[in-house]
Design a protein around this ligand. Structure first.
Ligand code: NAP
Length: 492
């Protein structure tokens, strides 16, 4: 055996060690595993191997999930809710490697991203546990105007009777945690409908929550046909809130069929990073690359457009191409891989097509552009026309289109020119310029000298325009969404 062969054999043994045995998972109705011959197969986006199967639910399972949730069970005190969330946090630390491997296997994300995601979900559980202990009431004295009198009005928050939470594929654990943990923190039962592309992580998290002591009526997790599970539940008047994160098209469909209930929509993004003439070049290059390629470019707040002042564009572009070469793309299970696959081959083909279309319109590929199955190389594109699909629509993958602007007015107009309004990053050391962007960008978030995606898990988060209705999530805001405010008053 020659030396090269040894290397190949060791590498393949390493891969086999990293591959999990096939997972046979199940939808759950309030702690009950569903048995069915209708199975969803989950395949690795990287090599198409079978990662797992999930037994599917049907319409009568969805009905049972509603009834069990509404019947309820042990009412959870604040301390109970804290204890469950804190126990879940501890269990997640113990199981983080298993979670990371499931995330990486079913989503094709590089292991380093999958491990990072378990850390984020940890924080969600920690903040939800902390918030569950806080009192949520306020007091209004009434003798404060000529019309007033000696009374006090008190507020208290009560849980909604049932939430439907629908989640996307791109952060298989964190998106689910961001819905369920705040609901548990306030005592609202949930029916979860995770993405059929990444159901195994969601089911594993469901089991972790049951193990942490969550009463079963508080959570059902259902996979199944949209016309039997998701849409009937969205329409059902017994569901008091639909909390949805996903694409604009599905979000708008949900808002059109939900009827009289609360609807939270966290939708797509087309976030710019805007690099001003005075920017620190190394910071700009580093943040533009991290923003474009982390999670294979599949974050709602990924950098989808790099807008650079034309005076520094040539220097930035040269350095950015060099930096982009360090984002090694390949087998998600390999420790050396930084950029794994996108979610499936169809998505990679779509991304390839928008690049090709931009090239037909005059754009130039400076790096990458090659696709193998669902694996798409980090791709840097210059001379990008302002009106091409790649910059006007959401390109959910590791594409980095660079566009020049001539001054701040131009940058603001260019930034605001799409239908989206989620987040943004501005790279500048000039406070006056920073303030103009904070005031004039039509977005939910402006981060100065940071990527658009920067947040902590408890801070308010969410977009406007096609990115959402302006109702924020993040642990604290989501807890408000899963409750209603009751007021009561007393002579005082
Ligand atoms: P998607 O296609 O909209 O799917 C999201 C979820 O909706 C899935 O669970 C899907 O189920 C379900 N669904 C599909 N059709 C439905 C219907 N008619 N009624 C009810 N539910 C339905 O989104 P995705 O491709 O998974 O996720 C990527 C998108 O999410 C991107 O646009 C990204 O920007 C956005 N996103 C936004 C945020 C944010 O906070 N703003 C965060 C993360 C991601 P099936 O899987 O069974 O089809």
């Amino acid at each position: 055996m020659n030396e090269d062969a040894t290397v190949v054999e060791n590498k393949s043994q390493q891969k086999n060690i990293n591959h999990l045995p096939v997972i046979n998972a199940s939808s759950y109705v309030a702690g009950k595993k569903l048995v069915s011959d209708k199975l969803l197969e989950v395949k690795s986006p990287y090599d198409n191997r079978l990662v797992g199967t999930v037994t599917l639910a049907n319409a009568s399972d969805a009905e049972e999930a509603i009834q069990v949730a509404l019947k309820g069970g042990k009412k959870l005190t604040r301390y109970d809710r804290f204890s469950i969330l804190d126990k879940a946090r501890q269990l997640l630390i113990e199981r983080k490697d298993e979670f990371a491997r499931v995330i990486s296997s079913e989503a094709g994300l590089a292991m380093r991203e999958a491990i990072y995601e378990t850390g984020r979900a940890h924080d969600v559980l920690m903040f939800a546990a902390m918030e569950s202990l806080k009192d949520d009431g306020q007091i209004y004295s009434c003798d404060i105007s000529p019309q007033g009198k000696a009374r006090k009005i008190f507020t208290t928050r009560e849980p909604l009777s049932l939430a439907l939470c629908i989640t996307p594929f791109n952060h298989p654990l964190n998106q689910v945690a961001h819905k369920i943990a705040p609901a548990i923190a306030v005592g609202t039962p949930v029916i979860l409908k995770p993405s059929e592309k990444t159901p195994l992580t969601a089911i594993k998290f469901t089991e972790l929550l049951y193990d942490a002591g969550l009463p079963h009526y508080m959570l059902s997790t259902l996979l199944g046909p949209t016309d039997q599970i998701a849409e009937p539940l969205v329409k059902d008047p017994r569901v008091e809130i639909v909390s949805f994160t996903g694409s604009v098209a599905v979000g708008k469909r949900i808002s059109s069929i939900a009827g009289y209930k609360k609807v939270i929509l966290e939708l797509g993004g087309n976030d710019p990073i805007i690099i001003l003439e005075d920017a620190d070049m190394n910071t700009a290059v580093q943040l533009a690359a991290e923003g474009s390629y982390r999670n294979s470019g599949q974050r709602c707040t990924a950098v989808k457009r790099i807008l650079v002042h034309e005076k520094i564009k040539a220097e930035f572009t040269e350095k950015f191409v060099e930096k982009s070469k360090t984002y090694i793309c390949g087998d998600p299970a390999d420790a050396a891989t930084i950029v794994g696959t996108v979610i499936d081959e169809a998505s990679a083909i779509y991304l390839e097509s928008v690049v090709n279309k931009a090239v037909e319109q005059g754009a130039v590929i400076l790096l990458g552009g090659k696709r193998t199955g669902a694996l798409l190389e980090p791709t840097v594109i210059d001379n990008v026309p302002r009106d091409c699909d790649m910059v006007m629509k959401e390109s959910f993958g590791p594409l980095a289109p660079i566009l020049g602007f001539k001054d701040i007015d131009d940058a603001i107009a260019l930034s605001n020119s799409t239908a989206y309004g989620l987040s943004s990053g501005i790279i500048t050391n000039n406070m006056q310029h920073a303030i103009r962007f904070i005031k004039e960008l039509k977005v939910g978030t402006v981060n100065i000298n940071e990527v658009p995606g920067y947040r902590i898990e408890s801070s308010p988060f969410g977009g406007i325009k096609d990115s959402g209705l302006g109702i924020k999530e993040g642990v604290i805001e989501a807890m408000k969404c899963f409750t209603f405010v009751k007021t009561f008053s007393m002579p005082w």
